[in-house]
Design a protein around this ligand. Structure first.
Ligand code: PGA
Length: 253
């Protein structure tokens, strides 16, 4: 049985003080959570302080990206060792906003996934199609390229440490959520793509989150789908109450 993983992607929101306050609220609320993995991804700037707040709690730390190089002249970037030092366990890789605005490609996703796994951390690998791609009937080919690209030269053992977030780009931050059926259908095909690369057993073990306008109202329906093993949540993760409602929906299943 796969356990649910509910991750809050705070994106470029919250000052350090606000991040600390939100993390404290989430720690309080999740004290009784035992089955669901809870992860939060603040900005780099807030990550170290948030790490102190969540130490010993049910909440785990993620960051929103890393560079694939160890160190050096890469202005504005952060290495995996730096985020490992402060206690991050997960790294979000290949988010559609990175792909759309910051030149992330399937090749750089693959370099980063390898770096994260090499450091003993776990990548949350984001994939998903744009509305134009979906309308043009390219859903399957886009997901295939993204999955094959991300997992190039990754061993079966390492693949088992990864999480995938299927996030239809048209649903991110738009309030237009995929229907339960649309999400399930895409998640299922992502799992079969993993099966083609690594076999059924690995595909059954890897967790695939849904992301894109998941909120307190639609979480239960989405999480009830066979191939949805959690959520990567943006907007609804910025308030402890709404984020916790989603965690509860997972915990109750
Ligand atoms: P959203 O973002 O929940 O605000 O749509 C999801 C994401 O980008 O991970």
């Amino acid at each position: 049985m796969r356990s649910y993983i509910i991750a809050g992607n705070w994106k470029m929101n919250k000052t350090v003080a606000e991040s600390v306050a939100l993390a404290k609220e989430i720690v309080e609320k999740t004290k009784g959570i035992s089955k669901t993995e809870v992860v939060i991804a603040p900005t780099y700037l807030a990550a170290a302080k948030v790490a102190d707040v969540i130490k010993g709690s049910n909440v785990k730390l993620a960051v929103q990206d890393i560079h694939w190089k160890d160190q050096g002249a890469f202005t504005g970037k952060v290495s995996v060792d730096m985020v490992k030092e402060i206690g991050a366990e997960y790294v979000i890789i290949g988010h559609s906003e990175q792909r759309q605005y910051f030149h992330e490609t399937d090749e750089t996703v693959n370099l980063k996934v390898k770096k994260v796994l090499g450091a003993g951390l776990k990548p949350i690998i984001c994939i998903g199609e744009t509305l134009d791609e979906r309308k043009a009937g390219k859903l399957e080919s886009v997901l295939t390229a993204q999955v094959e690209g991300a997992y190039k030269d990754i061993s079966n053992g390492d693949a088992l440490k990864t999480v995938i977030a299927y996030e239809p780009v048209w649903a991110i931050g738009t309030g237009v959520v995929a229907t339960d059926d649309q999400a399930q259908e895409a998640q299922k095909s992502v799992r079969s793509l993993v099966a083609k690369l690594y076999g059924e057993a690995t595909a059954e073990a890897i967790r695939i989150q849904y992301g894109g306008s998941m909120n307190a109202g639609n979480a239960a329906g989405l999480l009830a789908q066979n191939d949805i093993d959690g959520g990567l949540i943006g907007g609804a993760s910025l308030k402890a109450d709404t984020f916790f409602s989603i965690i509860e929906a997972a915990e109750k299943r």
